[in-house]
Write a protein that binds this ligand. Sequence first.
Ligand SMILES: N[C@@H](CCC(=O)N[C@@H](CS)C(=O)NCC(=O)O)C(=O)O
Length: 214
Amino acid sequence: MIKVWGRATSSNVQAVMWALAEIGLECERVDVGGAFGGTDTQEYRRMNPNGLVPVLQDGDLTLFESAAIVRYLGARYGSEAFWPADPARRAPLDVWAEWIKTTFGPAFLPGIFWPLIGQKPGERDAKAFAASEARVKRLAGMLDERLGQMTTPFLGRETPCFADMIVGMPLYRYFTLDFDRADTPHLRAYYDRLTQRPAYAKHVMVSYESLRAK
Ligand SMILES: N[C@@H](CCC(=O)N[C@@H](CS)C(=O)NCC(=O)O)C(=O)O
């Protein structure tokens, strides 16, 4: 049985759990990280030297980095719809998965999510926050334009593919936090479609209140 190490409130764990569920794979998830601890042991560091979640174990294979895990699951177990075999069809989807991890995520998580959740209102740097809002607005506009070109409900056409897992993962937080968002009708409609997926509702629409600074 596939084993996933990582707390359910971690967005990177959520992408992996959502992928497993969309593919239809059973797994056992172990709560580690955050308030659960358990990531600072020698045994855990052997699985992930960063001491972060998630880690996936599949037989003798141990992997970290959530996007690499989602791609592995797609390549090994996914249908053609989840993991298109043709590199010329898959790569343009992967472009947006990579962009979310390297461009949108690094702007949104430390710039918006953590200031709103990890800091008390009085502790926030208002100027830095406003700059993050402007940057995230610009990036959300880019994603909105890409999604506006789709003639299908998901990047993976009729059902979500590996790239939807990576692109869709931060959107629950993006749309439920209280901050000044860009007007992005295509992104909003895409997110609304994701929320209709039972696997997204179960694994990604997970309350982040336990992470809020008290
Ligand atoms: N690039 C890594 C980032 C992993 C990461 O930052 N994980 C966070 C949770 S989302 C973490 O482990 N935080 C510390 C903890 O939960 O103890 C990935 O995509 O898997």
